[in-house]
Design a protein around this ligand. Sequence first.
Ligand SMILES: NC(=O)c1ccc[n+]([C@@H]2O[C@H](COP(=O)([O-])OP(=O)(O)OC[C@H]3O[C@@H](n4cnc5c(N)ncnc54)[C@H](O)[C@@H]3O)[C@@H](O)[C@H]2O)c1
Length: 465
Amino acid sequence: MKAELLSRIRDRKATVGVVGLGYVGLPLAMEFAKAGFRVIGYDVSERVCKLLMRGESHIQDVPASEVAALVKEGRFEATTDESALGRCDAISIAVPTPLSKTRDPDMRFVQAATEAIARNAHPGMLAVLESTTYPGTTREVMQPKLEERGLTVGKDVFLAFSPERVDPGNPKYHTKNTPKVVGGITEACTEVAVALYSSCIDTVVPVSTTEAAELVKLLENTFRSVNIGLVNEMAIVCDKLGVNVWEVIDAAATKPFGFMKFTPGPGIGGHCIPLDPHYLAWKMRTLNYKTRFIDLASEINSEMPALVVQKVSVALNDDRKAVNGSRVLVVGVAYKKDIDDIRESPALDVIRLLEERGADVVHHDPFIPRFRDDDHDGPDGAHRERVGVELTAAELGKADAVVIVTDHSQIDYQQIVDDAALVIDTRNATARSSRGRARVVSLAANPRPSGSGRGAEPLARTTVG
Ligand SMILES: NC(=O)c1ccc[n+]([C@@H]2O[C@H](COP(=O)([O-])OP(=O)(O)OC[C@H]3O[C@@H](n4cnc5c(N)ncnc54)[C@H](O)[C@@H]3O)[C@@H](O)[C@H]2O)c1
């Protein structure tokens, strides 16, 4: 079985399936197709499959022209018909792994995808889970389901875990040139999975087990979460001390060894960093261990939107205004710069907290002209769609406060500083702008407003949440 699969991969005769055609799955499917495989994308979303088959793309990093060409050449098809998986020799799974309301892993998507594969499994097939998950998932959740069909993993079928490391919007690193870690249930599983990914990814890094591969991803994202938590705390510290946090970070980053630059901000977002560490924390709770670094970083990072709103409130107060009734323009709602993803974005929390205090909030985001607001019910009980405003002198002039939440590159920060009265800059986006009409309030360490009897209250002296 193994030798035959390896030769089908080597000769590009293997058909590769990708389950879940989102931010991770679609770029991966494109790489397999460009490497010469015939690729079948299976997704439960009819909308996504139809759109791809029309030669369009719903993922910013994948050009529609690429999808259209591969569909036309018959090298890529997207389908909602799970029986198509039966035609695949190797399948990568990239379905969502969200958290439940109680912040426990929600494994429904992985389970459903595994069941679909198991129903269509045949001897000589390789399945690789790419979704971020807790250590043990591949062995404990997937292997038994495949073996229920009478197929032995490592002999009849092959099973591995390979964490996805896609960084949406990154102009330098994409699926092909980002090294890929692979760990199989058995050595044979690792060998075939390494062969598959080596066909289209520049560097493949084998590890000894699926658990090691699962943990690699969680270490990477926990590392980010903890370091962002640390630097967010440093912003609070700097605010108390009256020191400019950005200056401190930039100077520290001149150290050529032993320091890695992270920047503070309004909180963390996206499908990975706010969620993934909780997968590990949950797993460790089942083993009676409390992951203290994870919990502390999560606590600090999730308090940041409230701290931003506190900054807005204090800054408006210095202008003799209340949050209640003020018009606030939020600039940037994506969870990070230059992408169109609002999942878990701290901007959503900032908007919600401001509205709870009675502010009239509008937004501008060149990547997200409109979005569905899941926190707020509209007049008929349906979720409200928020339509963004243009960044004009009139809009900026109308706002009592402008809050820069996401520092998209294409935004004209000089215009904001020139035309707004008050700017709360959570990303240091206005650092290079010259002085304009606006009073600019930074996340940490602000000069006292001139002529006012009482200075802006340090961020960290305020109560949170
Ligand atoms: N987005 C990122 O930047 C990123 C980076 C690294 C890892 N990851 C991980 O990759 C996984 C996928 O994330 P994503 O951002 O691509 O998600 P996504 O929501 O963009 O895409 C997931 C797709 O899976 C489909 N789907 C859901 N259930 C399915 C099923 N049972 N069968 C077939 N298709 C199904 C959905 O319709 C959707 O199109 C997650 O575990 C995530 O943590 C994401």
